[in-house]
Design a protein around this ligand. Structure first.
Ligand code: 4AD
Ligand code: MG
Length: 462
């Protein structure tokens, strides 16, 4: 007989038919005559109840069916006699695939803290919360590809190993096959990479943008969706050392087009979650954040505010608030400032534009004021920055000037500069932090809890 997934079983129940289900035991209860097993196979947040008459089964088998055990059940799908479920399986035969010692199984019935579950990340997908988060994460990844595919964007695979620092922030993990206990040196004591695997210094990418721009200047509209790596020592609920980023890059888009796309894109994703993940969202709404679904609908139904950095600084200084980090024109905004604008002042998502050139990356288009660049950050309630992007500097001299001012090694970027010499074009793009999106959509509070196996400072377990 062919196995049926519990999701399908529950959505199209064929009463009185014989079915085969396989999954992990969530709970078992009963008495000497009858045993009730709650079974979950990961296809849905919902369990199926399996009912077994003790008389029909080996006593030892039933004893071994404890929380965490994996079983296959054949039986008849019937209307449930009890409360709490519409249908159940009257078991005819049960095969035990894997026992689970009740005493030592780390996932007990009582609620566990998120911190504890992180320590047993190898089992946490078996909890309701994490299975819900992981199913939503999957749906969001699928929706991202669907959105761009439907719009005629091409998925461009940018390299993971690069020789450049796309953000110019120096937060890179080195990639090398050199013998670290005996690193070869040049006469000036700098490291001699000539014998290294790539014959030069390389690192894990911090962003696919620069290569994405090359794609956009040939294919028109592209997007990347891949892992990115940052060796920034930020132990916060919003930072990972390895995270996934979606970076669309569009020829002929100015900053306004870029903002329109960013707003439409995140709204599409939120709507997709509401339409396609209702049971998981309801579960998270009940268990994690009672305002989750209202918040998602609110963002969907309201226009994002669009103001310049300069206007934002005026609002912040006029607020009379006492900040941990004082604000004045030219300072980078901290999370307390971003959250004030979004959560207290405007009470909705905000897109800030035209930041001071000095606090943004070298590739952003310079405004004619000589002080600001065509940057945009999308700020979300509870999250802060969810998207960062800009119109790109397409003028060769201006771009080169900025690279030189910042003392960025030109030899690492010669290929990038070539696009500004041959057929340059206005273009724009942005990066959406995938895990920050998942934080918002699930209502989870810590970024470590929306990726299966988080990498953070001093933690690369599993
Ligand atoms: O603002 P960022 O650094 O922008 C870029 O990397 C550009 N190259 C994007 C582009 O224009 N194509 O990062 C973009 C987004 C941030 O807004 C944030 O959501 C997320 O990536 N992000 C992180 N997410 C988790 N952990 C980290 N350490 C992150 N750093 C950035
Ligand atoms: Mg940023």
């Amino acid at each position: 007989m062919k196995r049926i997934k519990i999701k399908q079983l529950l959505s199209e129940p064929a009463l009185d038919s014989e079915v085969l289900v396989k999954g992990w035991v969530r709970t078992k209860r009963g008495n000497k005559n009858i045993v009730f097993i709650s079974l979950n196979d990961g296809s849905t947040i919902n369990n199926i109840q399996v009912v077994a008459d003790t008389a029909s089964f080996d006593e030892n088998l039933l004893k071994d069916i404890s929380t965490g055990a994996c079983i296959a059940v054949t039986g008849k799908l019937v209307e449930s006699q009890g409360q709490g479920q519409q249908i159940e399986i009257k078991a005819v035969s049960i095969e035990l695939y894997g026992k689970s010692d009740a005493e030592t199984y780390p996932l007990q019935k009582k609620g566990h803290s998120m911190e504890f579950l992180r320590e047993i990340a190898y089992f946490r997908p078996r909890t309701n919360t994490f299975s819900a988060v992981l199913r939503i994460r999957h749906s969001m990844a699928f929706a991202i590809h669907k959105y761009f595919n439907d719009k005629g964007f091409f998925y461009l695979h940018t390299p993971i190993i690069t020789g450049s620092d796309a953000e110019g922030a120096g937060e890179m993990f080195h990639v090398t096959t050199l013998d670290l206990s005996n690193v070869p040196r040049n006469t000036d004591n700098s490291i001699d990479y000539s014998g290294d695997f790539f014959g030069k210094s390389t690192n894990l990418t911090v962003s696919g943008q620069l290569e994405g721009e090359l794609g956009a200047l040939a294919l028109g509209d592209i997007y990347t969706f891949g892992p990115t790596f940052r060796a920034e020592n930020s132990n916060t609920p919003r930072h990972l050392a390895e995270f996934w980023m979606i970076e669309p890059e569009m020829a002929f888009y100015d900053l306004n087009d870029n903002m329109d796309l960013a707003e439409d894109f995140v709204k599409y994703l939120i709507k997709y979650a509401l339409d396609n993940c209702p049971e998981d969202l309801e579960f998270l709404n009940n268990m994690i954040d009672k305002t989750l679904i209202d918040k998602l609908k609110f963002v969907l139904n309201n226009q994002f505010v669009r103001i310049t950095y300069t206007e934002a600084v005026s609002i912040l200084t006029a607020s009379g608030k006492k900040w941990d980090y004082p604000v004045s024109w030219g300072t980078d905004l901290q999370s307390e400032h971003e959250r004030y604008l979004v959560e207290e002042h405007f009470k909705r998502p905000v897109i800030l534009t035209d930041y001071p050139m000095s606090i943004k990356a070298f590739y952003m288009k310079q405004n004619s004021d000589g002080k600001t660049v065509r940057a945009m950050d999308v700020l979300f309630p509870g999250i802060g920055e969810i998207i960062g992007g800009s119109q790109r500097e397409e003028n060769y001299e201006k771009l080169l000037g900025r690279i030189r001012d910042l003392k960025i090694p030109e030899k690492d970027l010669w290929w990038y500069l070539e696009t500004r010499k041959f057929g340059t074009a206005p273009h724009s793009g942005f990066g959406l932090g995938f895990e920050r999106l998942i934080l918002f959509v699930t209502g989870m509070l810590n970024i470590r809890d929306v990726i299966p196996f988080p990498r953070t400072p001093k933690n690369a377990e599993f």
